[in-house]
Ligand binder design. Sequence first.
Ligand code: PFF
Length: 434
Amino acid sequence: MAATGSAVGLGNIWKFPYIAGENGGGAFVLIYLVCIFLIGVPIMMAEVMLGRRGRRNPVDSMKHLAEETGHSPLWKFLGWIGVTAGFLILSYYSVIAGWAISYVFTTASGAFTGANAALVGNHFDELTQSPFTLIFWHSIFMLITMLVVARGIEGGIEKAVRFLIPSLFVLIIVMVFYAMTTSGFAEGVRFMFSSDFSKISTEGVLKAMGQAFFTLSIGMGAIMVYGAYLPKDISIAKASFSIAIADTAVAVLAGVAIFPIVFANGLEAGSGPGLIFVTLPLAFGNMAFGAFFGTLFFILLVFAAWSSSISLIEPAVAWVIENKGVSRVKASIALGFFTWFIGLGTVFSFNEWSNSTLFGKTFFDLLDYLTSNIMLPLGGVLMAIFAGWLMKKSASHDELAVSKRAYTLWRFLVRYVTPVAVLLVFLNAVGVFS
Ligand code: PFF
């Protein structure tokens, strides 16, 4: 349950539709789905397994497992990649979650009732043009995240997620019904599911793969930390599959809800990170009881972001507690402050620094690119290699406890398919095949 809470977040509702939109739709979605099930699920199983055997923070789990199997303790660097990726992601995740909090209030005030595309667009621009407002909401989100982390993550999250995910699901289905009533429904669905491969770039393929890692929360030790808390009698395979299915369902339904609204209102599918913040308010502004459903939706989105953000920082917090001998509260305050500070770079990416780019990317774009498309796939593949090549067969078989056939398939996927696939996508993205 907690891992589902980690997986389902802004990645599904905010990021998936906007990068699918930027990368031409259907073909991107198809590659993304293939990556989820062929690369994502086997790596998730490997990561949970490493966590359950390591029983520590990702850095020390890797070191311990490497030593236990007679390999170099340098494997701990795999943990480090993860810990670093985690708070880099959180630094911008929190800024976007801040937008969602501010939309709870705007929607509740009725400001979007009867709104048209121009009004909603203006509201979004005004928000992102104001660094102070963004910093304010970013600070609130970091505060509520660190509050939970400081109190310890067990217990509370599981209860919250049990209610959160089903409610979010129901609300997205309400939105899909609304989308069906718009004139853009057929076009929206076509955009999502017709695979025109001429529309996708080599970088688009890399982004689809990066998104698969990001949305499943794999490759950085978050799932490893949760694996460390997982009881021995729970099936890792079943848990991984059900997480992937719930996660994919939320993302795909969000797309089906959003793209019809985009086309019905003459909006731009590739308009970027603001996509849901200019489409969903339009839907809520024009449906019955829209202010009510809209407020509820953004509240749930904030909760979904919250249950993910906790897992982004937990690996770092766990490492500090276990290695520096400081209390959980102190570790949370220090790391929370540090993350908040880096988040300012993302805040300014949308206003003061929007023209300062490196390789054509703003600070926010660069952070996102580096973490999702490079660090997570790299971390994930190293985990797959460790689990598939370095761990004893008897140990992984014992941990996974699946049928012989399923085990053989999993081992084949982590040993050969995932490393080769990720390598090919990397090489393709840097232009080796073009
Ligand atoms: N999976 C989360 C989402 O889709 O919003 C983001 C995330 C959480 C990524 C935790 C990585 C992670 F470790």
